[in-house]
Design a protein around this ligand. Structure first.
Ligand SMILES: Nc1ncnc2c1ncn2[C@@H]1O[C@H](COP(=O)(O)OP(=O)(O)O)[C@@H](O)[C@H]1O
Ligand SMILES: [Mg+2]
Length: 231
């Protein structure tokens, strides 16, 4: 589903170049749930942004569902992302003055669905994310856990095959983090391909995650150093 080969990302600032992703190789199969684990600054967000087509690699290959998205023009990337990829962020990124269901509807605005289909999709996504009971409430008046469930519904509404989560529980308490993980499990059972970037230990032993991929200093490493046990 996602295939990354020898991918590098440099950021230039004046005369200095920062090598932020270093020769990344990663294959994620359809239906897999992969946890990308690494401390802050290890390159997780940069890598997810590239997978989502929000940023482009400096070199290397990236295929998402067989499509070389880094080579697509911006307009085509947006259309590809809208159909194939749902993204869940640490800070929820909701429009606070809009209701929960209006927020969930937004990704469907460019689609050609009629209003009945849109309403059905929104309803179904809110149900899956277990937040139907707050559908009409402005997002700004929801708790953190509720906001993240609205964000899950929004990520789902266009029925993407890939769901990318960037530190999804960083602003949630333990109870809401566990609820988030429960919903993630449902998405996994629905066959979604899921990648979670996190350093939250709650993701260390997910029953449904196929792998933990440790990142350090912009590289994928076989084993993290200085994390967990003292061996
Ligand atoms: N636009 C940018 N320009 C320069 N450096 C950046 C930029 N974006 C990220 N970085 C740097 O890349 C490194 C990895 O950042 P990031 O991908 O956000 O890591 P993480 O999500 O794991 O915390 C950090 O050192 C960060 O400062
Ligand atoms: Mg990050």
């Amino acid at each position: 589903m996602i295939s990354i080969e020898n991918l590098n990302r440099y950021f230039k600032s004046g005369d200095t170049s920062f090598h932020v992703l270093k020769d990344i190789n990663l294959e994620v199969l359809e239906g897999e749930c992969v946890v990308l684990r690494g401390v802050s600054g290890s390159g997780k967000t940069t890598l997810l942004s590239i997978m989502a087509g929000l940023d482009r690699p400096s070199s290397g290959k990236l295929l998402v569902d067989g499509e070389s998205i880094a080579k697509l023009p911006d307009l085509h990337i947006s259309a590809f992302r809208a159909k194939k990829i749902g993204i869940i962020f640490q800070h929820f990124n909701l429009l606070e003055h809009l209701s929960a269901s209006e927020n969930v509807m937004i990704p469907l605005i460019p689609s050609e669905l009629n209003m009945t289909e849109v309403a059905q999709r929104v309803k179904r996504s809110l149900e899956i994310a277990n937040i139907s009971h707050k559908a009409t409430r402005p997002a700004g008046r929801l708790s953190g856990g509720e906001k993240q469930r609205v964000a899950i519904a929004r990520a789902l509404v266009a029925d993407p095959s890939v769901i990318l989560c960037d530190e999804p529980t960083a602003n949630l308490d333990r109870d809401n983090s566990l609820k988030f993980i429960d919903i993630l499990k449902d998405l996994h059972n629905m066959g979604k391909t899921i990648i979670v970037a996190t350093h939250d230990p709650l993701f260390d032993n997910l029953s449904f995650a196929s792998r933990i991929v440790p990142m350090q200093d912009g590289s994928i490493v076989s084993k993290e150093q200085g994390v967990g046990s003292s061996e």
